[in-house]
Design a protein around this ligand. Structure first.
Ligand code: SF4
Length: 279
């Protein structure tokens, strides 16, 4: 017996597999759905508000409309199970919306939205590189003097430097996907940490791109091999404290084989798609 190999790699799957193979298996192969958290739902709300902001004509993207963008996104999201399942009282819900407003306002401390020319917002891309399929959604792809710039927003605080590095790697993967798809390498990638707020900026090079391609193929080979041998080992780290799968993790006395049964998945074909969690 072997486990089915996922159809594609994404930045979140890359990060998941390299930080803990068991977590990757439970989320992406067994497809055990992770319930929303305040952090993921706040992330979704902020991304939706920023999407709305950047679909406005450039001259209208001013600080005065930021709260209105959050309100529009909140009105569309407040009945979604991802939000209602949090079962928040009025005070907690109001605090969540206030935090979202604060994070969207911080965008204006990092950039001037009126000066940005987005050519894609929440841009879905899929490319193949030497037999490896990559899939992802880019928060924003801009045109700057005819060149491409990749922007990704982060609404949570990084629990560690290691996690921050993994997030930056994800933006470089998006740049590589753009290069394959559009035939042009983005001149810049930027990770906008809205909570701090701080922008982390890098410029992809021939060397960094070659290194990333090698790493992606190495990780993909490791995923295929783990599926073949059904060997997905837990790797304990600071991230365990945030891990929904801890209840089935052998490192904490659990049994991963119980996970699908406990959540009522009879067969992997019954499982839903990988959820898109935004933090
Ligand atoms: S609790 Fe830690 S070791 Fe176990 S699956 Fe989650 S991240 Fe991996």
């Amino acid at each position: 017996m072997s486990l089915p190999v996922p159809s594609a790699l994404s930045p979140s799957k890359l990060s998941s597999f390299t930080s803990c193979a068991l977590q990757f298996r439970l989320a992406n192969i067994d497809r055990i759905p992770e319930p929303p958290t305040q952090a993921t739902s706040r992330g979704t709300l902020v991304h939706a508000a920023l999407e709305h902001l950047f679909t406005l004509p450039a001259e209208e993207r001013v600080r005065a409309v930021a709260d209105e963008c959050v309100d529009i996104a909140y009105a569309a999201y407040r009945d979604d199970p991802e939000w209602t399942d949090l079962d928040m009282d009025d005070e907690t819900e109001a605090a969540m919306v206030a935090e979202a407003r604060h994070l969207v306002a911080n965008e204006f401390l990092l950039e001037d939205p009126t000066a940005i020319t987005p050519m894609g917002i929440e841009l879905k891309l899929e490319v193949e590189i030497g037999g490896l399929r990559l899939r992802g959604i880019i928060d924003r792809l801009d045109l700057v003097d005819g060149d491409l710039v990749v922007t990704d927003y982060k609404t949570g605080r990084s629990p560690s430097d290691l996690h921050a590095r993994a997030r930056m790697q994800g933006v470089h993967v998006y740049a590589l996907m753009c290069e394959k798809f559009f035939g042009r390498r983005p001149v810049r990638v930027q990770l906008l940490h809205l909570a701090e707020p701080v922008a982390v900026i890098a410029e992809p090079t021939d060397q960094s791109t070659r290194g990333l391609e090698r790493r992606l193929h190495a990780v993909w080979s490791a995923v295929e091999s783990a599926c073949e041998t059904e060997d997905f080992r837990p790797r304990q780290s600071a991230l365990c404290g945030w891990c929904f799968f801890q209840q089935w993790c052998p490192a904490f006395g659990g049994d991963p084989e119980r996970a699908a049964v406990d959540v009522g998945i009879r067969d992997r074909a019954d499982a839903g798609q990988e959820p898109l969690l935004r933090v």
